[in-house]
Design a protein. Structure first.
Length: 292
């Protein structure tokens, strides 16, 4: 075998192995995102659980609370009102299922191998966030297509901004999941954080019940609930989805249900995604116990 044959049969190097550090990091992020995607769809029950549970909530609560819900002047029922909240719940559940793999990867030793690779640590955040967000976005779009088939959601030009808004929201929620999952060393602790923080964020977002309008003479408890819900970033995720779908009582928030404006929802959601990505990168940059 001559030298030309040896050179021709030599494997080509990927960007993860050679090249500038930023190129290696981007290659590593792409591989991690691709791994999350493949890993997710190789577990059929996980796919069914992430999409089926929110649909079950939507059907059960939508039919059970139909008579107790007072919609807007258009005669809106609770299933229509609950549709944006169910979409946000799909994003939340998928983010939880995707980022919990960080704890599993640490136990199996895969994460240690990624940490010693010649790449920047922010590539882990980018790969996990992009992979989980892509899965969440795909599942949310499948749910909305099913809602369209059954006549709950009409087909309109708003689907394009809705798809873009869902992608940004999924990236922010998945990055928030990385912030919680990275310091955890057990799945039990992660589920405790999920029940204590993530699910209450969804419940206090206007997804399940309207945000009460602010009146200066209202009781202090209702006033406090109003401002807590306004300070919740998930409120603007649900509000933005509601605006794109054009569902829900889009009142002025004075004496009626309060819904953030469409422009405010976009701004807050963009800031939410950028800030959670930055915080997740900062947490990953810090060395955990046992790292050298």
């Amino acid at each position: 075998m001559n030298a030309k044959t040896i050179i021709s049969k030599a494997p080509t190097a990927s960007p993860v192995e050679f090249g500038p550090r930023w190129l290696r990091s981007m290659g590593a992020a792409w591989m991690l995102a691709r791994r999350e995607w493949i890993r997710f769809f190789r577990q059929p029950f996980r796919v069914i659980a992430a999409l089926g549970q929110p649909i079950l909530f939507w059907v059960l609560f939508g039919t059970g609370l139909h008579g107790a819900f007072r919609g807007n002047s258009d005669g809106e029922n609770f299933m229509t009102y609950f549709l944006p909240g169910t979409t946000a719940l799909i994003l939340l559940f998928t983010a939880i299922f995707s980022t919990i793999s960080i704890i599993e990867d640490r136990r199996e030793g895969f994460l240690q191998g990624v940490l010693v690779a010649p790449t920047a640590r922010w590539s882990i955040v980018l790969g996990k966030a992009l992979g989980g967000a892509a899965i969440a976005w795909a599942q949310a779009m499948v749910f909305l297509l099913l809602a369209t088939v059954f006549g709950v959601l009409p087909v309109s030009s708003a689907w394009i901004p809705l798809a873009c808004f869902l992608a940004i929201s999924a990236l922010g929620i998945t990055s928030l999941g990385v912030c919680f999952a990275w310091p955890m060393d057990s799945t039990q602790g992660y589920h405790a954080a999920m029940n204590l923080v993530l699910l209450p964020m969804w419940l206090l977002s206007g997804a399940f019940f309207p945000i009460p309008g602010w009146i200066s003479t209202q009781p202090i408890g209702q006033s406090l609930l109003h401002w807590v819900m306004r300070a919740n970033p998930m409120t603007y995720v649900v509000g933005g989805i509601r605006h794109c779908m054009r569902t829900g009582p889009l009142g002025d928030g004075v004496g009626s249900a309060w819904v953030p404006s469409e422009s405010l929802s976009w701004i807050v959601t963009l800031l939410f995604a950028a800030s959670t990505m930055a915080v997740a990168s900062w947490i990953v940059q810090r060395r955990q116990k046992g790292e050298y």
